[in-house]
Design a protein around this ligand. Structure first.
Ligand code: TA6
Length: 281
């Protein structure tokens, strides 16, 4: 990848004026603008030279979420910190769609040794007037079955995270990673953020709502993804991240659709499709 392309970004524009940008690195959505408001957060300190995953946007976590004892891959896998192949743009009146591809032959040998499976990932991002749809199509090109996690690690930009609320998680079991992995049940109708939050909600309904706190809301509709992670690093974790401003925790919330609580199992030669649609409502 020539250096000048290292931080190449594909820009989409819809006739309505909505826009999106996707970095070739990690096929990471780095901007989604509707009515002149960018709803995606990217840290001002994010690395954009391919040296590490972009801090912000919609990084794709694959083939693992977090770290796994027996799989020597970096946290959240290799999809978000490798260059994807640009596969083209399709414009029609209602929707602008861009496609990216990642195959096992495109990732470093070290990663292939850690997760030795033949696969082909195609990622499509579609922009309409009020929505942004991200879809992962995965093919197992092995003869044997493999297992994986996938998660769209969406960073939403907000004016004040203490005024955001996530609706639709009530009665869901969750793993509380801030509370030593305690297994709890969400009792609140709306989840709010007033400290570090790092929770894996399991078996979540497909449509939930992020109330941004300024009167607008974003519907997060997932497809074929079981779980939803809610994360805000708050003060200490913000200070501990070199690619994240100390005060930036105030202006972001991660609400992440994925299948991470359990492995997804895919037989040899089979395909798997999953994704999310974000809509400003
Ligand atoms: O999605 C939440 C989480 O798993 C947190 O535990 C935190 O580690 C966050 O992802 C960011 O991970 P990263 O590897 O991007 O620093």
């Amino acid at each position: 990848m020539p250096a000048h392309e290292s931080n190449k970004v594909i820009a989409l524009e819809h006739p309505s004026g909505s826009k999106a940008e996707i970095a070739l690195f990690g096929a990471t959505v780095t901007s989604w603008i509707v009515d002149d408001i960018d709803h995606i957060f990217v840290s001002k300190d994010a690395k954009r030279d391919g040296s590490k995953a972009i801090r912000g946007g919609i990084p794709i976590c694959f083939p693992i979420f977090g770290t796994k004892e027996k799989i020597a891959l970096p946290q959240h896998g290799f999809a978000r910190n490798n260059y994807w192949e640009y596969l083209g743009i399709v414009n029609d009146n209602d929707e602008v769609t861009v496609r990216f591809g990642l195959k096992d032959t495109q990732i470093p040998q070290e990663a292939r040794n850690a997760w030795p499976h033949s696969f082909r990932l195609t990622y499509t991002v579609s922009l309409t007037e009020k929505s942004l749809k991200s879809v992962c199509h995965l093919k197992n090109e092995d003869e044997d079955t493999f297992e994986f996690n996938t998660l769209l690690h969406t960073y939403f930009r907000v004016t004040d995270v203490t005024r955001t609320q996530v609706q639709g998680l009530t009665n869901c079991e969750y793993i509380d990673k801030v509370n030593a992995g305690a297994k709890l049940v969400e009792e609140n109708e709306k989840v709010t953020i007033d400290g570090e939050v790092d929770r894996v909600y399991k078996k979540v309904q497909d449509k939930i709502l992020l109330e941004v706190g300024d009167g607008s809301s974003i519907q997060i509709e997932k497809n074929n993804l079981k779980d939803t992670v809610v994360w805000n690093p708050w003060v200490e974790k913000a200070q501990a991240m070199g690619d994240f401003g100390n005060e930036e925790y105030k202006n972001m919330i991660c609400v992440e659709a994925g299948s991470v609580a359990d492995w997804v199992v895919l037989a040899g030669g089979q395909t798997w499709t999953a994704g999310q649609t974000l809509t400003v409502v």
